[in-house]
Write a protein that binds this ligand. Structure first.
Ligand code: ZN
Length: 326
């Protein structure tokens, strides 16, 4: 494949933003665009098509773009090329996304769950490059993940594997959006941290600084709690540390079952940084006894918020290979 043939595209469709990127099959990002998520999927597809076509015309006229990999919140119908049940993307559900993009761009298009695609991105081009076995965890408003074993994504029955956020951590824990109780997501996500802080405020157990910040802003985010903890607020610190202990328990369980070479943690809440990694590593050290946990790296995502886009490049490059074999 020569240089003229190697361009691929990736799109990451989220509840609040859509990102699109053009890169090379070996994982170099050449251009990146972002917009607020359109309520109407047709307008969203219009935007995706226009940024890719404009880049093509202005930057590489005559070059061939080979494929497009799209990350979407799951569950998906990958065969039918549709999002099925993403609560924040109601109007996009059951919209023929792959068909529309294929028709408009005259490109082969594949859809994949966004957390799975982020795992592939980190495995191929990011922190897990060169590792055969990787666990990717994303901690943001929710908790998701992807598992790569022997260089292959673990899909499971109906593509449902990797729902790391819904492992039970505490059978008596808070109710989870999935219908269960005490899931990792209900204990350690940004939303869980926020809810725990608001509960502390409502029952009168919050610190004065927390209550004051709440009065000013009307709500506290995980970032607010992390900032207060950094300033020495012991109540904020205990809320944050409890959440990170739950995350550490979840990751310990994954390590015990899978014994991966690396655990990569991404998502907005992972920007808390060293305080989070320290607590998670300590839990792993204390709980994992039958796997050589000291050899397992637990690291931040190298591709930051763009892990899914890089995974999209790899997915698109995979389509090119299928085409060249035909
Ligand atoms: Zn759940």
């Amino acid at each position: 494949m020569n240089d003229r043939d190697q361009f691929v595209c990736a799109v990451d469709i989220g509840g609040t933003k859509i990102a699109a990127a053009i890169g090379t099959a070996d994982g170099k990002m050449l251009a990146r665009y972002q917009t607020a998520t359109h309520k109407d999927p047709t307008a969203g597809v219009d935007w995706i098509v226009s940024v890719i076509q404009d880049w093509h015309v202005t930057e590489k006229p005559g070059a061939k773009i080979r494929g497009l990999g799209v990350g979407c919140p799951g569950p998906l119908d990958r065969t039918g090329g549709m999002i099925l049940k993403a609560p924040n993307l109601g109007t996009w559900n059951e919209y023929p996304l792959r068909q529309e993009l294929t028709n408009r761009l005259s490109l082969p298009v594949e859809l994949e769950n966004d957390a799975n695609l982020a795992a592939i991105g980190e495995h191929r081009y990011g922190a897990g490059c060169g590792c055969q076995d990787l666990v990717y965890v994303t901690v943001s408003t929710g908790i998701g993940g992807g598992l790569v074993i022997h260089d292959e994504l673990v899909r499971g029955l109906d593509d449902s594997a990797g729902e790391i956020g819904h492992m039970t951590i505490d059978p008596h824990g808070p109710a989870c959006n999935c219908g269960s109780r005490g899931c990792l997501e209900a204990m350690a996500s940004g939303t869980a941290i926020m809810d725990a802080a608001h509960t502390m405020i409502s029952v009168g157990n919050a610190s004065e600084a927390m209550s004051e910040a709440y009065r000013k802003k009307g709500a506290l985010t995980a970032r607010d709690i992390a900032e207060l903890a950094e300033k020495g607020d012991t109540v904020a610190a205990s809320i944050l540390d409890e959440a990170m202990i739950s995350l550490g328990i979840g990751i310990s369980n994954l390590i015990t079952v899978l014994s991966p070479q690396i655990v990569v943690i991404g998502g907005g809440v992972s920007n808390i940084g060293e305080r989070m990694f320290k607590t998670v590593r300590k839990q792993v050290q204390e709980r994992v006894k039958l796997v050589p946990a000291e050899k397992i790296a637990i690291v931040p995502a190298k591709l930051g918020g763009d892990s899914t886009l890089y995974g999209g490049f790899f997915l698109a490059a995979g389509i090119c290979q299928i085409l060249s074999e035909e």
